[in-house]
Each structure stands twice: as structure tokens, then as C-alpha cells.
Design a protein around this ligand. Structure first.
Ligand code: GLC
Ligand code: CA
Length: 564
């Protein structure tokens, strides 16, 4: 299947709270997005994914929704959103919005009702269970740390929350609840949006036997995510959604499914599965976690990246999805550390080179590019020295479960937060070098990264060699060259620890992508069959060098050759 608009699109992800504050209350908003549409479009972007802007107590920055039909007053009004849709459509751009199905806020009227009594009409909209001799129904660990169960005194039962306590999980076995959710989806689609990014959808089906599972040494709960992730029953739910809702509209749907294997992925978004069009998975984002989970969940652990692991991970999706399903291509989002600090090098000397290398290696692959706000100007992680400067509930639960329980030192936890926290991606967008980075005229809800003086949109736009123009060039090349969209992928030098090299082939065109992933100089022997006298450079992050059987690659050097 080829030729769908979403296969040729370039998505830009916006975290509204941190993008642009239009009314100077320190919080980004919808009108702020509207102000910057021309900036985004000129990057070569054709569609936006905007993170949740619904009414919410903001325990998880809006993923905890208390009214699906209202816009949070932090972000504006429904009229603002309709204007955003219109302004996008006038620019021939599209909008997808976050659809959060797994849970609501505990302040949602359904949950308030559900808590009242065991026979309340909404009781069964959520997952309530009796305790086990004074203990929670199972020993499962929540993604945000602590138990997935929260005790409720009033009815003497526990409710399940796989994220924070303020995000009770919905019961997708309940038919009325499903019907209410389908109506909500239709309501949004009728407003003219072009699709959904479907949040945490792999968790809609749980193991209702709630078995206890082994607890790793030194820990209190069992991180047995498979009890509530990617279980086969989830596909029935998605198929029903497609039938009842999605299939009646010309839209794109992108599911988010952490931990999905290749088989799962093809089940979720295979061309003929009647589920999603694309899937967001995270295999390639977590290749530098270690198995030392003695006192913190895996995501807070760290080891050095072994490049062949990354090649294997990305290539496996490139190869297995060919002719079966369509890839998403992304390094960053609002849940990941900044890729430049994570897999690149955020020191002054190598920032620009490594950022261009990361863009080159990913965005010439097969699939639809998703780029996260600030990635195009080289924003980096932030290194706050006080826990109180952080805003993410996940950081607070980590702190509560470790430092406050005397399990780890403050310094240790802070170091982990510097490397891994989601707040790395959530500091305000750096527009210029004025106070608060031009994001707002007042103190923002989360501190600006102090490096905004150098790293900002204004500097990028004033320098033709900047990362911004490099991204613009990549997206232009993709748009002009079908081979980069639809071409077949082949990896070379699979086990080489420094070089990432692959080809894209389409009809009689062939392109060769070579990057040096690290800081040292590397002698590279290019396989003979790829070397050809007429090869020429399409894009590179240094003064280019001719293709030869012997190449000497400089730190983070990235080159794309046309071999025809
Ligand atoms: C998704 C979102 C994340 C959120 C979680 C719960 O993973 O991307 O930000 O915390 O779901 O909604
Ligand atoms: Ca505002």
C-alpha cells in the first residue's frame, strides 16, 4: 500500500504547555501554537500532533482528563481550537490530537460517581477489586512507581491505576463506557480533526485474574507490565473502535504501544488488520537501560549504548514491516529525554554535528517522520540542581519511593533524573535570547533551560548552517524523492560498533546513508559493490567527501550518497 497522505507527511509534535505562551500567564496555549504555524510550516512540516489540551487537574500534565469535551482554561477555549483547525487547513496542514482511552482523572464525574457506592451506575466503568487479607489485590507495580492499586475507604475496595493514583484505569469490558467513549471520539472527529494519536492503547486489556508475580530483590512490587500490556484481547477492542468510529472518517490513527514486539506491531497496524495506520513503539529509545533494578524501576537505570543494538532494533522494524505495515520514525517525544543528550553529544564542540548525524540516520529510513518541538533547533536535557525545580509526577513518585524511604541518596536520584526525566523534554521552547527564551513574558510553569542564550530559534534562523535548515533540507529531499519514502531498506556492517550504514532502493534508484555515530575518527571500508564512480552527495554535515572504498570519517560525520 502506498500513496496515503500520512505516509508522505511530516509530523511535528507539540507539547502545548511548553510551546508558546500567548497571554503571558507562564503557560503555553493554543493561541501560542497558532502564532507559530508559519514557522512550523516552513520547516517542511505537513501535520501536527498536539498533546492533550482537555480540562484536567494536571496531575500528569493533561493526560489525566476530567472532561473530554472541554479545553483546559490553561490552554484557551474551544473557539481557539477551531481556529487552530482552520488555520492549519488553510495552510494545507492537518491536525491529530491525543486520545486518552486507558484512564481518566480521578476528578472526572464518572470516577466521582464510581467511588460513591458499589452499586453506582458508574462503578463498573473502572476496575475495582477487593483486597487480599488487608493487602492490595495483587503486587503489580505502576509505571510511575508504587502499587497499581489504591485503597478506597468508603467502599473498602481498591481501584487500579497503572499510572498515577489520580489516573484510575477504565474498564474496557464495560459496554456502556465503550459507547460513551466512541461518542466522544465521533464528537471530536465531527469538529474536523484529521485523526488521533491513541495514548497508552496497549493497556486497555488486563489480566483479570490479578495473579501475584515475582518481586525483584530489594523492591516492593512486581514490574510485571505484561499483565496489562499488549494482551491479545486488546485487538478486539481496537477493531470495534475502527468499525464504530474510525472507518467512517478519512483520518489517520497512530497508536502508542510501549513494549510491542514485531508481531504485536503488525497486529496493531498491519495494512489489513482494521486497527491503526501506524504505531509508536519504544524499543529503540531504551537501549541504554541496564538490568540493575535493585532499587529503581528500569527506566531510571543506565549503561553505555552498544550501537549494534540500536541498528538491530531499528532495522528489525524497517525490514519486518515492509509490505505489511507502516513505520513511525522518531527519536523524541514528551516522554523521552532529549535525543541530543541521550544518543548524541550535547557538549558545545559536538552539539550541532551530532544532532545532524542523528537526524540523518533516522529520517532517511522508511516511515513517517515525527519530530518533537525543539528537536529542530538542538534543544538538550536540562540539569536542574533541585528536585523542586521538576514538575513531573513521575519524578515525585521516584523520589518518594527511594530518597524518602532512605533507599537511595538524593545525589544518586538527581543524577538519574538528569539522564531520564521526562521534564528534559518539557522545558519551554527556546524562541530567542530574551528573558524566558521568548516563550513568555513572565516566569514559566517550569524553568527555562539556561542554554537558551545560544540554543534558540532566532539563532537557528539567522545561520544557514544551523540544525533548523538541515532538517528543512532533509524534509525537502524526502518530499522530492519517493525512494526515501517507499524504498526498500538494507542494513550493512551490522556488527560494526561505530558506523550505521544502510541503503534505500526504489525502482532503479539507490541511496547510501553512512554515519559515524560517535566522537572518534574512523577508517571505514565501504563494501565494493556499493562504490561507484558517479556517486554524488545529497546531504552531509561536513564539507563532503567523494565515495570511495576507503573513507576516513570525522566525529559524527553523516553523508547521504546517490548511487545511480
Ligand atoms: C502515555 C503518554 C504519557 C502519559 C501516559 C499516561 O505514555 O505519552 O505522557 O503519562 O501515557 O497517559
Ligand atoms: Ca498562556
Amino acid at each position: 500500500m502506498i500513496g496515503k497522505w500520512w505516509q508522505e507527511a511530516v509530523f511535528y509534535q507539540i507539547y502545548p504547555r511548553s510551546f508558546k505562551d500567548s497571554n503571558d500567564d507562564g503557560i503555553g496555549d493554543i493561541r501560542g501554537i497558532i502564532e507559530k504555524l508559519d514557522y512550523i510550516k516552513s520547516l517542511g512540516v505537513t501535520a501536527l500532533w498536539v498533546c492533550p489540551f482537555y480540562q484536567s487537574p494536571m496531575d500528569d500534565q493533561g493526560y489525566d482528563i476530567s472532561d473530554f469535551y472541554k479545553i483546559s482554561k490553561d490552554y484557551g477555549s474551544l473557539e481557539d481550537l477551531f481556529q487552530l483547525i482552520n488555520e492549519l487547513h488553510e495552510r494545507k496542514m492537518r491536525l491529530i490530537i491525543d486520545l486518552v482511552l486507558n484512564h481518566t482523572s480521578d476528578e472526572h464525574p464518572w470516577f466521582i460517581e464510581s467511588k460513591r457506592s458499589k452499586d453506582n451506575k458508574y462503578r463498573d466503568y473502572y476496575i475495582w477489586q477487593q483486597g487480599n487479607n488487608g493487602k492490595p489485590p495483587s503486587n503489580w507495580e505502576s509505571f510511575f512507581g508504587g502499587s497499581v492499586w489504591e485503597y478506597d475507604k468508603k467502599t473498602d475496595e481498591y481501584y487500579m491505576h497503572i499510572f498515577s493514583q489520580k489516573m484510575p484505569d477504565l474498564n474496557w469490558n464495560n459496554k456502556e463506557m465503550r459507547r460513551d467513549m466512541f461518542n466522544m471520539m465521533k464528537w471530536w472527529l465531527d469538529k474536523g480533526i484529521d485523526g488521533f494519536r491513541v495514548d497508552a492503547v496497549s493497556h486497555l486489556n488486563k489480566n483479570w485474574d490479578f495473579p501475584n508475580r515475582p518481586i525483584p530483590k530489594g523492591r516492593e512490587y512486581s514490574p510485571c507490565y505484561d499483565e496489562f500490556s499488549n494482551r491479545l484481547g486488546v485487538h478486539e477492542r481496537i477493531k470495534e473502535m475502527t468499525e464504530e468510529v474510525f472507518s467512517n472518517y478519512d483520518i489517520v490513527t497512530v497508536g502508542e504501544a510501549g513494549g510491542a514486539s514485531i508481531v504485536d506491531t503488525i497486529n496493531y497496524c498491519g495494512y489489513h488488520r482494521n486497527e491503526f495506520n501506524m504505531l509508536i513503539t519504544f524499543d529503540h529509545c531504551w537501549l541504554d537501560v541496564s538490568d540493575d533494578i535493585t532499587y529503581v524501576p528500569e527506566k531510571w537505570t543506565y549503561k553505555k549504548l552498544h550501537l549494534p543494538d540500536l541498528k538491530k532494533s531499528l532495522s528489525k522494524y524497517q525490514v519486518s514491516l515492509y509490505n505489511k505495515a507502516w513505520n513511525t520514525l522518531f527519536w523524541s517525544n514528551h516522554d523521552q529525554p532529549r535525543v541530543l543528550s541521550h544518543y548524541g553529544n550535547d557538549s558545545d564542540a559536538f552539539r550541532l554535528l551530532s544532532a545532524k548525524m542523528l537526524a540523518t540516520v533516522l529520517y532517511f529510513m522508511r516511515g513517517t517522520p515525527f519530530i518533537y518541538q525543539g528537536e529542530e533547533i538542538g534543544m538538550t536535557n536540562v540539569y536542574f540542581s533541585n528536585i523542586s525545580d521538576y514538575r513531573d509526577v513521575e519524578v515525585f513518585t521516584l523520589y518518594r519511593e527511594t530518597v524518602l524511604k532512605n533507599i537511595a541518596s538524593k545525589e544518586d536520584i538527581l543524577d538519574r533524573v538528569h539522564k531520564r526525566s521526562r521534564d528534559n523534554a518539557r522545558t519551554p521552547m527556546q524562541w530567542d535570547d530574551t528573558a524566558y527564551a521568548g516563550f513568555s513574558k513572565v516566569k514559566p510553569w517550569i524553568k527555562v533551560n539556561p542554554n537558551y542564550i545560544d540554543i534558540n530559534v532566532k539563532n537557528n534562523l539567522n545561520n544557514m548552517d544551523s540544525l533548523y535548515y538541515y532538517y528543512q533540507k532533509i524534509f525537502k529531499i524526502r518530499q522530492d524523492t519517493k525512494a526515501f519514502i517507499y524504498g526498500k531498506y538494507a542494513l550493512y556492517l551490522e556488527d560494526d560498533p561505530n558506523i550505521f550504514m544502510y541503503t534505500r532502493t526504489y525502482k532503479n534508484e539507490c541511496y547510501l546513508i553512512i554515519v559515524n555515530f560517535f566522537k572518534h575518527y574512523i577508517h571505514l571500508q565501504v563494501p565494493n559493490q556499493l562504490v561507484n564512480e558517479n556517486a554524488f552527495i545529497i546531504i552531509s554535515n561536513y564539507e563532503g567527501q567523494r565515495l570511495n572504498t576507503k573513507l576516513y570519517l570525522r566525529p559524527y560525520e553523516a553523508i547521504v550518497y546517490c548511487l545511480n
